[in-house]
Write a protein that binds this ligand. Structure first.
Ligand code: GBH
Length: 509
């Protein structure tokens, strides 16, 4: 299959909806689960987590470089992403791994400080452009479609010195950066994602323990969200008005959605679960994907009321102008959805204190069941049915948008015989399959996180999500396929989940 054809094929499957409907399994065994032709399988990574080469050939410092260097104590194993998987030096080798997996697309992110060392577009670092051009050319040679995230958390430190995402001017700077990406790569890249998981980097970064470590929950996190939403809207409109006719292509945003299930059937807990969904998923989904636009009404009411009671002269959740609401509403071609796990939600009992916090605003209690299988990440238990519920919630509440699952994955202990990972992927894919073919959700592809073990932010290298194991102590940073790589290859190549697990459960390799 040549790459032009493949590209047409994926765009067709992705954006004109052939994957929704009957996958044609009528004559197959009941237990045979197949995805329709054109349903795409891929893997994901992110620049800071895999590239290394943190200060090479003109790249400047990102907030994660600064944070891991200055606060080793905040990283579980005191590690940094200075070297990570060395992917900056391993373009051919990494693309070979994907070819072996038989994948149709690769989701990766571009590093803002590698491309614009001073954050601004008046100086473009040619080596940054060269590196991603090489990667894109190698993908093309191997018929793998690129899906590119513009921002997966590695903000140039010099922009953080201006307040980072809490500064309204960041929306303009992000649009300038996006323009550089579209001008340089628009010909090769047809599927763009503006941001990865704004809740994670706004809440985690400005309200919590992630870089830059703002610890200003209930305040700076909302400022960050506000500017990120404006930035997304501006870039989507710019893409739509200027680039789409030149290059074609599709643009969306990736939002994380853990399923939030009421802990009991009581009215309070059902209301609490819905509030939690609005504060997590709705925070970014409502302004872009809902019919009305703007923040979820419950966020608006709760934060306005709490701010008043705390004596603030204005709401801690900023207001959009009517023009901004309009700019963001409908600013998508697809929704990128990250889904890993499920939580149970109960009504909270928090009192409003003078010191604001996001947790006080949401005011729910969240836990996971003891008998849900554990993984190597404390926040992640295996709950496959939650995937189907999350997808259906999106279908019912946001007018069944085209969804690309941009991340789903799990961490387990090191080792190549990762039958638990095989089981996780298989169970989650069955749940996804039911959401699409039984319930009518429009899902166009599935992305496993991650291609290989990598730098897991504040968890360092201690959590491994890879289909390939990385040997961090070998000078080559050797990648070795796990059993799950063999399993996923089979799924990607046949479009079907295996009936028989023997190959993956009892294999000796
Ligand atoms: C994804 O986020 C990220 O997009 C990706 O970069 C990352 O490698 C992948 O997860 C695996 O971790 O420590 O209890 O405070 C998934 C959503 C949101 C999950 C933040 C971890 C922190 C939970 N993440 N969350 S806790």
């Amino acid at each position: 299959m040549n790459s032009v054809y493949l590209h047409w094929f994926i765009s067709f499957a992705l954006f004109y909806g052939v994957s929704s409907g009957d996958p044609g399994t009528d004559n197959l065994l009941d237990s045979e689960v197949c995805f329709a032709d054109g349903f795409a399988f891929g893997v994901a990574t992110a620049s800071y987590q895999i590239e290394g080469a943190w200060n090479v050939s003109g790249k400047s410092e990102s907030i994660w470089d600064r944070y891991t260097h200055e606060h080793p104590e905040r990283i579980f194993d005191h590690n940094t992403g200075d070297v990570a998987c060395g992917s900056y030096y391993k373009v051919k080798e990494d693309v070979q791994l994907m070819t072996q997996l038989g994948l149709s697309f690769y989701r990766f992110s571009m590093s803002w400080p590698r491309i614009l060392p001073n954050g601004l577009s008046n100086y473009v670092n040619e080596d940054g452009i060269r590196y991603y051009k090489e990667l894109l050319a190698e993908l093309r040679r191997n018929h793998i479609t690129p899906v590119v995230t513009m921002y997966h958390w590695d903000l140039p430190q010099c922009l953080q010195d201006l307040g980072g995402w809490t500064n309204p001017i960041m929306a303009e700077y992000f649009a300038d950066y996006a323009r550089v990406l579209l001008d340089n790569f628009g010909e090769q890249v047809k599927i763009w994602i503006t941001f990865n998981e704004p809740v994670s980097f706004c809440e985690g970064g400005y309200g919590g323990e992630d870089a830059p470590g703002g610890k200003s929950s209930g305040f700076e996190d909302y400022m960050c969200g506000h500017n990120v939403l404006r930035a997304h809207g501006m870039v989507y409109r710019m893409f739509d008005q200027e680039y789409r006719k030149k290059y074609g292509g599709h643009m969306g945003i990736t939002i994380s959605f853990s399923w939030l299930e009421p802990a009991t059937t009581s009215l309070e807990d059902r209301k609490a679960a819905e509030t939690a969904r609005q504060f997590n998923f709705g925070w970014f989904a409502n302004p872009i994907f809902s019919k009305t636009g703007d923040y979820p009404p419950i966020m608006r009411t709760v934060i306005d009321t709490n701010s008043k009671r705390q004596g603030f002269p204005r709401s801690r959740l900023p207001y959009f102008t009517p023009q901004e609401v309009k700019m963001m509403r409908g600013a998508y071609d697809f929704l990128g959805l990250n889904h890993y796990t499920t939580y149970l939600v109960q009504q909270g009992t928090r009192k409003i204190r003078n010191q604001p916090s996001y947790e006080d605003d949401v005011n729910v209690k969240i836990h996971q069941k003891d008998d849900w299988p554990k993984t190597n990440s404390s926040w992640l238990r295996v709950v496959p049915w939650g995937f189907r519920k999350a997808l259906n919630y999106v279908r019912l509440n946001y007018r069944n948008p085209k969804v690309l699952v941009t991340e789903n994955g799990v961490s387990f202990e090191p080792g190549l015989r990762d039958t638990k990972r095989v089981n996780y992927i298989d169970a989650y894919l069955r749940s996804l399959h039911a959401a699409v073919y039984k319930d009518g959700c429009t899902v166009i592809g599935y992305t496993y996180w991650s291609l290989m073990d990598n730098f897991e932010w504040t968890r360092g290298f201690s959590e491994r999500f890879g289909l390939y194991e990385v040997d961090y102590s070998s000078p080559n940073l050797t990648r070795t396929p796990r059993l799950s790589a063999k399993y996923f290859t089979n799924v990607a190549k046949t479009g079907c989940l295996p009936n028989n697990f023997a190959d993956y459960t009892y294999s000796r390799d």
